[in-house]
Ligand binder design. Sequence first.
Ligand SMILES: Cc1cc2nc3c(=O)[nH]c(=O)nc-3n(C[C@H](O)[C@H](O)[C@H](O)COP(=O)(O)OP(=O)(O)OC[C@H]3O[C@@H](n4cnc5c(N)ncnc54)[C@H](O)[C@@H]3O)c2cc1C
Length: 168
Amino acid sequence: MIKPLVVGGEFKEYMVHLIPEGGLNSMPKLYTDGLMVVGDAAGLVNAMHREGSNLAMLSGKLAAETVLEARAEKDFSARMMSRYEKRLMESVIGADLRKYRRAPHFFESSPHLFSLYPQLLNDAAAEFITVDGVSKREKQWKIIGMARKRRSLLGMARDLWGAWRSLP
Ligand SMILES: Cc1cc2nc3c(=O)[nH]c(=O)nc-3n(C[C@H](O)[C@H](O)[C@H](O)COP(=O)(O)OP(=O)(O)OC[C@H]3O[C@@H](n4cnc5c(N)ncnc54)[C@H](O)[C@@H]3O)c2cc1C
């Protein structure tokens, strides 16, 4: 479908990539001699709040501050570059990464959160607003029954506990 629309077009830049949503536990080493890693390359994305560009800009600023110090002290060793990581972890980026450090694993290991609950909410909403002569209390029990049928109480408790631990 796309091909005829871009035929004859000139390739300017490759600009597509996955969003690195792994969080704190998936980040690579952020520095070495003469080098610091910022933005997406460092895995600096807050998937919960759909943020990445602001983390890229702030990490760039913190890296630049480190470069200024390195220039002043004529020292571009890994020890000097490590000041960037310290700055990063002490900034709002570090605070947010720590807050959601368990979230990526929680969501990755709970794929039903993306199918079962949205479907359940959809069906519950449909039941709730359908005018069909069924009493509202009956509808309420129907919805509770619908939920119990699709996920055990223990399963729901597990999901709640996982969410509580991952998204405090
Ligand atoms: C679909 C989508 C939606 C998003 N929505 C949001 C949002 O709503 N809010 C938000 O804050 N963030 C959002 N993000 C995330 C945000 O775009 C990124 O976190 C941010 O752009 C990262 O900036 P960056 O400079 O680290 O990397 P990039 O913006 O990816 O910049 C890297 C640059 O390096 C270039 N490059 C790569 N390899 C080479 C090479 N070998 N030589 C030279 N150049 C190279 C690339 O072409 C690119 O221009 C979204 C991302 C995607 C993919």
